[in-house]
Design a protein around this ligand. Sequence first.
Ligand code: GLU
Length: 307
Amino acid sequence: MNKEDPIVGRFAPSPTGPLHFGSLVAALGSYLAARSQGGRWLVRMEDLDKPREVPGAAADILRTLDAFGLHWDGDVMFQSRRTESYRDALQSLSSAGLAYACVCSRREIAALGKRSALGLVYPGRCRERQSLDGAHSIRVRTDEAIIEFHDRIQGRQRQDLGTMIGDFVIRRADALFAYQLAVVVDDAEQGINQVVRGSDLLDSTPRQIHLQRKLGLPQPDYSHLPLAVTIHGEKLSKLTSAPAVDRDRPGPELLRALNFLGQSAPRALASQAVEEILAWAARHWRTESVPAVKSLAVACDGEQTAA
Ligand code: GLU
């Protein structure tokens, strides 16, 4: 990314439920990082995984962003309408000899016995298979890919993809394109040069950089925010019964999210209109003030402690 390029950031929610505090943090952090530099901020609905989608959640998330004054530029991109582009990317990896069909079940992969701190590692058992036709997953090769990058919040990162992950799935056995491929194709299509998101995706970033390199796409700048977790260390989500953010009280919720992100906002701001709060926050945004930790626990009363 060139210094003079205008910033283009994004928020890319999955419509699996209403916006909760954790997703508000990601929306706000990415919004402020872009707006504080006069950049554009786009929204992409990651509705690729239809089986996990909750009906009405996409519209509900957009309504909440609006109520919080988080207005995006241009039209929302919907991944469910982007299959053609993912197919082209798959074709290009396949033509370069980098993609192959895999017929191994999860159980078989587990039995192969290769594991890393990130979970099961696929040792490339199906690598010699030629045809991509049929109902099976498709993997991309990761030979000797050691990926290093600088994260603006979490610092220097390094991952040996082959050892830690192995060849990974880019199209699932149910024919759905995998998140890792879709996110790379879409970030490039939308001209995103600044990715700000939760640190639960930090370990995925090397896979995305690997695909960017193999597809000849630019690498955005990355910042991974601390993840909001329960006092038991679990990510806030539907599973941990995280409540939806309250659309009728956007001020206090925004203040809480700003404090979570280490931006010490004056308390009195909470009673202001969302536009005032966001204008203050964009003027005072400092990425260096965001706590450089992977997660922060939030208690029900909104207090937080480092996890
Ligand atoms: N859709 C993903 C999520 O909601 C975020 C993807 C991204 O920001 O790259 O967790």
